[in-house]
Write a protein that binds this ligand. Structure first.
Ligand code: FMN
Length: 241
């Protein structure tokens, strides 16, 4: 029963490029879907993401321009911008430590509890610290080389690796969002075709923030699905080893 429900939601979600502006649109479904996105799996529960539900017409219009006039953005009833915030890593480390302190209050700490603290106090700074001169990348590369010389070790070295980490989690949240919208009978279109500098300027985001995706939402028109859903054969991408 559940399987077929999930299957129907996955089947329903298509990237729709033309929305029906006259169709009724309940923006509380968008809020609810964003709230569900926050529950997505994310790396070390660092939650280095932000979600912007665009409710202001002028901001929506400015974002249309930033999306270079894509019809999905232009005809959408609402846009949601998914943003990564690697720059907030220190805040999130502290948030996780505070949570652990509360969880362990009045309890004698076991080795496992102490490892949980070390995870945020030692490993996360090692993984997320960065500077524009590359000192941390150099230091991390040396640590990774020696620590991972003859045993498995986390291969996070440079800013690119850190950015991938943040974008992975944010993209999972975007997928949760789209499936939630589909389950409520709404259509979406994820977009990466935009001027990210302009989007950041419109949303008054710092340069360290990154735009993961903009998702157009609404009730799709049949002609908004441009083609049949096709994928390369499963045997080219799915392997049993
Ligand atoms: C990260 C990402 C970026 C995308 N960017 C755009 C975009 O800028 N414009 C667009 O029309 N579709 C965009 N798409 C939609 C893809 O083209 C679409 O998912 C793909 O063709 C498969 O079709 P389906 O989503 O209907 O299954 C994007 C999808 C993803 C996941």
């Amino acid at each position: 029963m559940f399987t077929s429900t999930f299957q129907s939601i996955v089947d329903r979600r298509r990237s729709v490029r033309i929305f029906d502006n006259n169709a009724p649109f309940d923006e509380s479904v968008v809020s609810k879907s964003i709230a569900l996105s926050v529950l997505s799996a994310n790396s070390s529960n660092m939650q280095l993401w932000e979600f912007y539900q665009i409710k202001t017409k002028a901001v929506h219009e400015a974002l249309n321009k930033a999306c270079m006039g894509q019809s999905a953005a232009k005809t959408a009833s609402q846009l949601v911008v998914f943003v990564t915030r690697q720059d907030k890593w220190k805040e999130r480390v502290q948030w996780n430590i505070d949570k652990l302190e509360k969880q362990f209050e009045g309890k004698e700490l076991t080795k496992k509890d102490l490892r949980a603290f070390d995870y945020y106090k030692k490993l996360m700074p090692l993984v997320y610290r960065y500077d524009s001169f590359g000192f941390n990348t150099l230091l991390r590369s040396i640590i990774v080389f020696f620590m991972g010389f003859n045993k498995p070790f986390l291969r996070i070295r440079n800013h690119g690796d850190q950015r991938v980490m943040c974008h992975k989690s944010c993209a999972l949240a975007a997928q949760t969002f789209m499936l939630s919208m589909a389950s409520e009978g709404y259509d979406t279109c994820p977009m990466e075709g935009f001027d990210s500098d302009l989007v950041k300027k419109i949303l008054k985001l710092p340069s360290s923030a990154e735009i993961n995706m903009i998702i157009a939402c609404g009730i799709g028109k049949p002609e908004g699905i441009y083609s049949e859903r096709v994928r390369v054969p499963n045997q080219e991408v799915i392997f049993e080893v």
